[in-house]
Design a protein around this ligand. Structure first.
Ligand code: HEM
Length: 499
């Protein structure tokens, strides 16, 4: 029939019915959009107000997440992109679990203040197999309260003061050796070793080099085992009950060896063969042997938490130390102010004297440098919880992650957030806007130890040395759960002339 209409007649009809045609076209586009949205909702399961894409059952967005984890931009890229697409909070599905990323101080308050009541840590059974079911990270609420209360005292600033001198001496010797060697070294490798040795010294007075290295090897195997992604993939024993993979076997062997070493150590202490002076963490736990059951820890609780403390403390503090060196190198003006403060403390003391708790309390700018470092690096990127019941739009069983990285980079909370500016901490922070150590009942137990070790490190580094960063590459380590430079931030030290 169309062929029967001439071109002029067709154009005439289009002109005459232009409005109707336009409305019809817009209407069909609208219908198509609506139908596709319904279909999309069906696929994604998105019914509530939280935007995001759940994708196919189980797989969800696992592949995108894994590819971000395997890139040198770091796994946070996965979140960064979704935030651009969906706005502030969003949901996704990773390894079969629905995750909601919560990026606001209000959200952080809601979750932190309902920890244990409405939310709990969402660890899998494999984690308890590795770190131990008496670990602070795994125990239920009542036990957590008791264990945490009993563990806390040795981590107060006052108790730690007896450890300051030991740490300071260890650090000075190691830095001097590196400077005298004159070679470039990785700050990350250095700080990993340094913090591990410091933890073992403070917790158990272990200073013997071969024992330290064996403990370090085993703790690293356990730590890798806890965080290895394959434990969550169907096909591993946690899903199918099949035999251990090689990695799982190595992890369990490492855990067994560590437990044997701790058991021997406890037995020697009880027999009176080894009594450390000053009292270390282990001894302060054993001192309670004759106390009522509620006022002491069982041996299994002591041992699981020794390992927890070492693992929780080493990677976090060492990454933060590495970032502080990097940020200070990029911000010479901040470095100069910090050095000036530290030199004024150093010059007020007799030559060769150790740092004291009083000195640390006088390092106000240094503390701001540490705070700005942990804000900008946010070494624990988000804090995972599982909803124990329906809560607003969040359904029971969903994983809820407090997105500390987003909060720490929110320009409304931190103007010019990518600028390394310790002086921003001259002002008091809004509640829940500075959460690098978490908040609520699970706040970092080692915050004072982290503060103290980082401040002594910065004191010695700035007063005795200058440094050059030997690799400016900013790529991040692949497959890392903590953002760290792939290069490890290699530097070369040169001694500053004496005062
Ligand atoms: C810069 C260094 C550190 C940072 C940034 C850091 C960060 C954190 C954060 C964010 C949490 C809470 C996680 C959550 O709520 O899910 C945490 C918990 C914890 N941290 Fe740290 N930490 C550091 C150093 C240390 C050190 C040195 C130790 C040990 C001496 C330690 C031991 C722990 C323990 C045992 C927990 C679990 C507390 C609980 O569940 O009750 N941390 N840390």
């Amino acid at each position: 029939m169309l062929s029967a209409i001439s071109k002029e007649e067709f154009l005439f009809l289009v002109k005459k019915y232009y409005d109707i045609l336009t409305v019809a076209l817009l209407f069909s586009i609208g219908v198509a959009f609506f139908v596709s949205k319904l279909a999309w909702r069906k696929v994604t399961g998105s019914r509530g107000h939280i935007p995001g894409r759940l994708g196919l059952p189980f797989i969800g967005e696992t592949i995108s997440f894994m590819s971000a984890t395997n890139s040198t931009r770091g796994c946070y890229d996965f979140i960064r992109f979704r935030r651009i697409w969906y706005g502030k909070w969003f949901k996704t599905r990773i390894f079969g679990k629905i995750h909601v990323f919560v990026p606001s101080t209000e959200g952080a308050k809601m979750i932190f203040s309902n920890d244990f009541a409405k939310f709990n840590k969402g660890y899998v059974k494999s984690m308890a197999d590795c770190i131990g079911d008496k670990s602070l990270l795994c125990v239920p609420h009542e036990n957590h309260k008791r264990i945490r209360r009993l563990l806390s005292d040795p981590f107060s600033m006052n108790s730690l003061s007896s450890f300051i001198e030991k740490f300071d001496r260890m650090l000075c010797q190691k830095l001097k050796k590196l400077e005298q060697g004159g070679k470039s070294f990785s700050v990350l490798d250095f700080s990993m070793r340094m913090t591990f040795d410091a933890m073992c010294c403070m917790l158990m007075s272990v200073m013997d080099e071969p024992l330290l290295r064996q403990l370090e090897k085993d703790c690293t195997a356990v730590s890798d085992g806890i965080l290895s992604v394959p434990v969550m993939i169907p096909g591993t024993r946690y899903y199918k009950g099949i035999k251990c993979t090689l990695r799982e076997l190595l992890t369990l062997q490492a855990r067994r060896r560590l437990m044997e070493t701790f058991k021997d150590m406890i037995a020697r202490r009880r027999s009176g063969k080894e009594l450390p002076e000053p009292e270390d963490f282990l001894q302060s736990m054993l001192r309670r042997d004759s106390y009522p059951p509620n006022e002491k820890l069982q041996d299994s609780e002591i041992m699981d938490n020794l390992m927890t403390l070492i693992i929780a403390g080493q990677t976090t503090t060492s990454a933060a130390m590495m970032w502080s060196v990097k940020f200070l190198d990029e911000n010479q003006q901040v470095q100069d102010i910090l050095r000036e403060e530290q030199l004024s403390i150093a010059t007020s003391k007799p030559e060769g004297a150790s740092i004291t708790l009083e000195d640390i309390n006088n390092m106000s700018y240094c503390w701001k440098v540490v705070k700005e470092t942990v804000r900008m690096s946010t070494v624990v990127m988000w804090y995972p919880r599982v909803a124990l019941s329906d809560c607003f739009e969040i359904k029971k069983g969903w994983h809820v992650n407090i997105d500390a990285t987003c909060i720490h980079n929110d320009p409304d909370l931190y103007p010019d957030p990518t600028k390394f500016n310790p002086s921003r901490f001259d002002e008091i922070q809004k509640p829940y806007s500075f959460i690098p150590f978490g908040s609520g009942p699970r706040t970092c137990l080692g915050i004072n130890m982290a503060k103290m070790t980082m401040m002594i490190f910065l004191h010695r580094l700035t007063t005795a040395y200058r440094w050059t960063v030997d690799d400016l590459d900013t790529s991040l380590e692949k497959k890392a759960h903590i953002p760290r430079l792939r290069s490890g931030c290699p530097i070369t030290l040169t001694a500053r002339p004496c005062k």
